[in-house]
Design a protein around this ligand. Structure first.
Ligand SMILES: [Zn+2]
Length: 261
């Protein structure tokens, strides 16, 4: 293993600016320390951070509905949380959820106008998608692959390749480290019109562990993000994507996600 990537960088205030790969795996994955600042739960006040943001759960009435995990287990969105220190949880709300909820509570056309006026919001959406993606995969380290304990199957996340996830962790906590993210790090971010079915709230979330991509549908629009492609997928499929004018069904959105991967 490269020595440099194993070494954490800590500033004079004791804040961890960079988790070396080994420290990331030991403290964040195995010990379940705060995934932003790395605090030990025995030494700091912790509360639980919703993996799917609480403002989405409220708006789409999801608290008592269930998300399906990679092993087929269904769990209430309201209980789907990851451990985080209270200080970092508050900061995540200010950094991501406040501005993102303000943006995504608009209509599809207004969101497109807002993004044209302020393209830096694409970067915020990218980092927000990285945060949600990181949380879903960290949580998979708490769920048994087989619910039958006699099978000794280990956890869902046991086969995850954490070296790749380390990069996404760096992006998700960049507000904390104040790291300047190179332009080439930002991947494909698409906002596409989605077909709203009936009067019920239309919500969907899909991610891919191997392809590092996220699909989120919020009623009349959908966000697709590829976290590690440096926008290559969009460049490859630009001609095809730019022709999309009408709202897409959930099957069509999944098809696009599969192509980008
Ligand atoms: Zn923290």
């Amino acid at each position: 293993m490269n020595k440099n990537i194993s070494r954490s960088i800590i500033n004079s205030k004791g804040e961890i600016l960079f988790f070396g790969l080994q420290d990331f795996i030991k403290n964040i994955i195995e010990n379940k320390y705060c995934f932003i600042c790395g605090a030990n739960p025995n030494l700091k006040k912790f509360n639980d951070e919703h993996i799917i943001p609480d403002w989405i759960l409220k708006k789409y009435k999801l608290h008592s509905q269930k998300i399906t995990l990679p092993n087929g287990t269904k769990i209430n969105y309201g209980h789907y949380k990851v451990s985080c220190c209270q200080e970092c949880n508050t900061e995540l709300g200010k950094t991501y959820e406040l501005p993102i909820s303000k943006l995504l509570n608009k209509s599809y056309n207004d969101i497109c106008d807002e993004l044209k006026k302020n393209p830096s919001l694409f970067k915020l959406l990218f980092r927000w998608a990285a945060l949600i993606y990181l949380k879903t995969h960290l949580k998979d380290n708490s769920f048994l692959l087989e619910r039958d304990k006699s099978k000794k199957s280990g956890f869902i996340a046991d086969n995850y390749y954490w070296q790749d996830m380390h990069h996404i962790h760096c992006i998700a906590r960049s507000h904390y480290t104040k790291a300047k993210i190179d332009e080439n790090v930002y991947g494909t971010v698409l906002i596409l019109p989605a077909l709203k079915i009936g009067n019920r709230e239309n919500f969907d979330y899909v991610d891919s562990e191997t392809a590092k991509s996220v699909l989120l549908q919020l009623n009349e629009f959908s966000i697709i993000v590829v976290l590690n492609d440096s926008s290559f997928s969009y460049i490859m499929f630009k001609e095809f994507i730019d022709k999309i004018e009408g709202p897409l069904s959930s099957f069509q959105l999944r098809e696009i996600l599969a192509h980008l991967n």
